[in-house]
Design a protein around this ligand. Sequence first.
Ligand SMILES: C[S@@+](CC[C@H](N)C(=O)[O-])C[C@H]1O[C@@H](n2cnc3c(N)ncnc32)[C@H](O)[C@@H]1O
Length: 303
Amino acid sequence: MTKELLPTVHIPVLYEETLAALNLAPGKVIVDGTLGGGGHTLAIARAVSPTGLAIGIDRDPKALDRVDARFAALNENLPFKSFFANYCDFDAALERAGVERVDGFLLDLGLSSDQLADRSRGFSFDSDGDLDLRFDPTEGVPAYELLNRWRVDKIADVIYRYGEERASRRIASAIVARRSEKPIRSARDLAGICRRCIPSPPWNKQRIDPATRTFQALRIAVNDELGSLERFLKKFTEYLNQGGRVAIISFHSLEDRLVKNAFRESPYLNVITRKPIIATETEIERNPRSRSAKLRVAEKVAE
Ligand SMILES: C[S@@+](CC[C@H](N)C(=O)[O-])C[C@H]1O[C@@H](n2cnc3c(N)ncnc32)[C@H](O)[C@@H]1O
């Protein structure tokens, strides 16, 4: 592990529920398209061992390095291969792994706590690091560049559409006013603007940080998160064995809707979760980021 990589701090959400949903057994081949800190994948690799395979994919090279080092240190000879890729390109990873079909897919969407804790990437509101927000730092454009370039309407639309932020126009105007004096660069710059635009509690009844929705919206746009999910949903059933399972954890209503509709409309799938599985109060207390998690599961029943 390179020196600056700290051990994972990510706590997997809906852990037992997700593992149960995948019907794991020795010999199975499972793709985890969002490896993150490797929490779910470690349990998957152990359950499919020794004859199966866990394939872990992530767009963040640091996540891959961290998990590779974590698993190597365990010295368990885990059946695990990792790939640096967008999960929507899982088919290329399968080809490289010499696998044609799999018994399960897992996606645990969004951001990991390791990315949030890395103050150089702009995910945490109070960091002085560049407001980058890319999972894959080798692809696309950092968020600060977009905010200094987009027209006010575009900024407002993104914040409204992906953040469901009612103060989107006010925030967009404040961004444009601020950048005319000095370009926006850090996460702290943007968080300060959001906080000045949205009144503090008790008016902000949910008491979430006023920057939350704006950061989420920009992250979704910068990484084209909905585009990746749509591309995955269009093709994954082709690669799933009969009886194979797909489990997707989403944290955003737009993602959850895409998953729900794709599962329901597929002639190849039987939906296992009529309603999404959500975290218990105990899990939410232990791990607050599980509060908005929704797990949907389906099984391939037809070719
Ligand atoms: C919530 S974390 C996954 C946590 C993991 N399940 C665990 O237990 O440690 C999401 C991870 O997915 C990655 N990711 C997000 N979108 C991706 C995409 N389109 N392709 C590949 N990886 C992606 C992020 O970089 C992040 O590491």
